[in-house]
Design a protein around this ligand. Structure first.
Ligand code: ZN
Length: 412
């Protein structure tokens, strides 16, 4: 894979008069993406023509099918701005581009650009590189009061391993950034190893992994440990070496924060033992595991009460146990209006499972008991599942039952 320049390109390219419609279309597309808070833009060649799709709150929506003759100029324009090789269409390329889609007075927006040769031509994907949200707190992440307290205690501890689990795109990195920000003060040395650092954080020593140059997670982590760290954030634990160094660091006076790809919190234990971590080391190091998903928020302007039968709601786990009148306790469903572009949802909120590792759980880990048994112990200790957390957001009208069930539909 070829790599574009790491530095954002901001110098405008010279434009031939024929390119003007494509340039205008690009400006309009970027404005729309910014207005609708899209995370990704897909510029896709089709067998006949091409289309532009936007990913909004995790779901792709078609935004335009522009005239076929504009495609080449449109793609070339992006590649020029992203300092990619415009003549090269057969090999994937990466680039980076900086634009101010909302007009010159607004802040710049950065995009990571990737090209891929497909059967019908070159496809581009533009990922919007997000800035840190203004409100980065445990409450803003969607944790309820008891979860905030449990998590606050774990990351306030001087050492131990705290893991955030979930699939790609579930907001794990933002959660780690929130924890780092909470710990970020002059008395602590905070470091991170990431692939790559998604957002720059003031006061935190961020290191980008560069596998091709030989700078792996494990190597960067070992180097960090010689730099007198207090808190270490590891973007992701993917291999035995990284896992072992992380666990050892957590046992030797460091607070280690990382993510893992598992469906729920109890499964993280089995995954780390599978990777090769010794159960007794894991039991000693692991302090808390969370799991998370993002659910779309219903548009408050157009949501309507569901007309589902009481039996259907009960079957989905939404028992009306608070004794409310049935018509007012029915969950809301998405409808769609002008302000949500007909989607029925606007923005997303995190739902979380927060599992502190108890003495009983440590014994189960050392005895190498199954994730199922650890899960059962967690429920005995009152740890709510992701499904419980999702249904709570249905009850309070934040999201729909369909969205809650979809987000917590765990493949077994
Ligand atoms: Zn709406």
């Amino acid at each position: 894979m070829r790599s574009g320049l790491a530095a954002p390109a901001s110098a405008p390219a010279s434009i031939a008069p024929d390119d003007a419609p494509a340039v205008r279309l690009l400006a309009e597309t970027l404005r729309e993406a910014a207005r609708r808070n899209a995370s990704d833009l897909h510029i896709e060649p089709l067998e006949h023509g091409w289309r532009i799709r936007l990913r909004i709150d995790g779901v792709l929506h078609e935004s335009a099918r522009p005239p076929a003759h504009l495609r080449d100029a449109f793609v070339t324009r992006i590649k020029v701005l992203a300092r990619m090789d415009i003549a090269e269409r057969r090999i994937p390329q990466d680039g980076r581009l900086r634009l101010s889609p909302r007009g010159e007075t607004q802040a710049h927006e950065d995009y990571r650009v990737n090209s891929l040769p497909t059967l019908h031509g070159e496809k581009l994907v533009l990922r919007r590189l997000e800035a840190l949200p203004a409100d980065l707190s445990l409450a803003a992440l969607g944790l309820d009061q008891p979860q905030q307290q449990t998590l606050g205690a774990a990351i306030g501890a001087p050492h131990g391993l705290v893991l955030v689990t979930g699939p790609t795109g579930s907001g794990k990195t933002l959660s780690l950034y929130c924890f780092l920000q909470m710990l970020n003060n002059a008395s602590r040395n905070l470091c991170s190893v990431e692939d790559p650092a998604e957002i720059q954080l003031a006061g935190i020593n961020q290191v980008n992994v560069r596998e091709k140059a030989g700078l792996t997670f494990a190597l960067a982590l070992r180097a960090l440990l010689r730099q007198d760290p207090d808190v270490i954030m590891i973007g992701e634990i993917r291999d035995e070496e990284t896992a072992s160094v992380a666990v050892k660091a957590a046992q030797t006076g460091h607070l280690v924060l990382s993510t893992l790809h598992t469906n729920d919190a109890p499964a993280a234990v089995a995954r780390l033992i599978d990777i090769g971590v010794e159960p007794y080391n894991l039991a000693a190091a692991l302090r808390l595991v969370t799991a998370q998903r993002l659910v779309r928020r219903l548009c408050a302007k157009c949501r309507v009460r569901s007309d589902e039968s009481a039996a259907a709601l009960s079957a989905a786990g939404l028992d009306n146990d608070e004794g409310e009148a049935p018509q007012t306790s029915r969950p809301f469903v998405a409808r769609g209006c002008e302000s949500c572009h007909g989607i029925g949802y606007r923005g997303r909120v995190g739902i979380h499972e927060v599992m502190p590792v108890s003495t009983a759980m440590r014994e189960l880990i050392v005895a190498q008991r199954s994730a199922h048994e650890i899960a059962r112990q967690a429920r005995t200790e009152g740890v709510a599942t992701l499904r419980d957390a999702a249904l709570a957001r249905v009850r309070d009208g934040t999201t729909s039952l369909a969205e809650a069930l979809c987000a917590t539909d765990t493949p077994s």
